[in-house]
Write a protein that binds this ligand. Sequence first.
Ligand code: MN
Length: 235
Amino acid sequence: MMITRREGLKSLALAAGALAIGSQSNPAAAQGSAEPHKVPALGYDYDALEPFIDAETMKIHHDKHHAAYVAKLNQALAKHPHLAAKPLDTLLSQLDAQPEDIRNDLRNHGGGHANHSLFWQCLKKGGSAPAGALLKDIETHFKNQQTLEEQLVTSGLKVFGSGWVWLTVRDAKLVVETSPNQDSPLMSGAKPLLGIDVWEHAYYLKYQNKRADYLAAMMKLINWDFVAARHAGRA
Ligand code: MN
């Protein structure tokens, strides 16, 4: 296949964005905190995403589930204090290089912390629409927003048990992919732009077994402005 100059430049830009992974420092750890990782604020009220996501689900999900991942990640890092100041994205993207006795904790609880921290920012009351360079890239790889959203829903439905559905930049291409448990695309060399939690704890109170209804509702809440910032390497 011929690669045009324009496509080549776009690929380079995406690759540069992917390389920016893990560039943020970890300020709490730099100050020697015993709890290097903190649960980030939600950024909106628990009931902001009603009626699609109920306030009780949001409260339990953020304050209990996410907080538990952070607590267990900090417990694991206490065994290897020199890792506390390392950006989480770096630890996850170099998982095989981390001490074996905490590798599984980093995978599950570090993954859980990273995934949820991204997830909250991917949602917004009323959602938004992709525009600019992100929209162009969506049109290149998926035809249009609707086709992309259909793939996100279909792929999310296929996750057996607990996991995530993602829009990532992998090998300089936009890709819809899934992961089991709390595995992050960072662990296999991709940059997650958008993550949707398909663990039952994300939807069971309101949707029970109806994951399809939950995923359809999520499409009304996607903060495409944030996804565009990730795509551009600004987040
Ligand atoms: Mn979750």
